[in-house]
Design a protein around this ligand. Sequence first.
Ligand code: NAI
Ligand code: ISE
Length: 344
Amino acid sequence: MVLRIGVVGTGAIGREHINRITNKLSGGKIVAVTDVNKVAAKQTVEQYQLDAAIYPDDTALIADPNVDAVVVTSWGPAHESTVLAAIKAGKFVFCEKPLATTAEGCKRIVEAEMKHGKKLVQVGFMRRYDSGYIQLKKTIENNEIGEPLMIRAAHRNPTVNENYTTDMAVTDTLIHEIDVLHWLVDDDYNSVQVLFPRKTKYAHSNLQDPQLFTIETNKGIVMNVEVFVNCKYGYDIQCEVAGEEGIAKLPEFPSVVVRKDEKLSTGILNDWKYRFMEAYNVEIQDFIDSVTKNGEPQGPTAWDGYIAAVTSDACVKAQVSGEKETIALPEAPEFYRNRAKLSV
Ligand code: NAI
Ligand code: ISE
């Protein structure tokens, strides 16, 4: 069976996903697209030579009986209404982060999905599909470093545009660590505090950059996460877990090592697209396969999207207050318990 997919939002990552579904993966076909920017939608259909309908909006796309699943790659504030409409129509949804921009919005999605009675939604937390994070998780689960005590992580982008504000360090960037770090150590967060080091001269006036988040878990693991989005030198994702018996580190992205002119050098990527290319491929293939074979996606759930949003709200509150803020996570309903079963 081929999964017939409609894409809402044909911007940067929308096109990336369209390209991978059309030219790299199997079992999925783009049959419809829409974008508030009509020119972008038309250009995308032409660029990838798609045999796909172009709809004026998400409502019309979701109503198309040829659309089995919806990929939501529009701007964050537009996600909630599209996901809710897709659930109402009983269609599968792959939604890029954030699931919704507020915890209340995510909760509405969770409630709609539970009311529907079957899991339909997968959230684009692709790091759970990255081979480096998977190896790191296995190392921890196999007890190779003993009980995890501390994590040091960094999320660095070379630069961001003028629209990127201080809170987006949480809602747009840290959100990936928020999801992946608790998954890594199988624990829940309970507090967060934020420090603003000296501001880089490369950050524009609306942005405090870099930022340091100290997040604590129920078991007492302390996570120190740096977000630095004008680091200049490249796109760099770091994660080191210190345990009672040893230290485990996320592998570096492989790159040729050159010995030349009395120097040992290796490249660093400059874009998320390349760093997580394989993870996005595995993630979307898993969505297609699990939906077509098992009738429900098995990746990160709407509940994962919701608890990430609750955590993200606490982080933004801590940015403003400068205090240690509580992260009060609700208990997962039966519907979502053990629901994200990744087969990778
Ligand atoms: P973008 O700005 O390049 O593309 C977004 C597109 O959505 C634009 O073409 C815009 O016209 C369209 N759009 C906005 N509202 C719409 C609506 N109501 N209906 C239809 N189309 C609409 O943004 P980008 O970088 O592609 O990001 C899209 C989403 O993907 C964001 O939520 C972002 O956070 C997420 N993202 C996730 C990444 C990941 O690593 N998982 C990486 C980059 C983006
Ligand atoms: C972007 O939206 C993403 O989701 C990337 O994965 C992340 O690294 C980047 O910081 C965000 O702006």
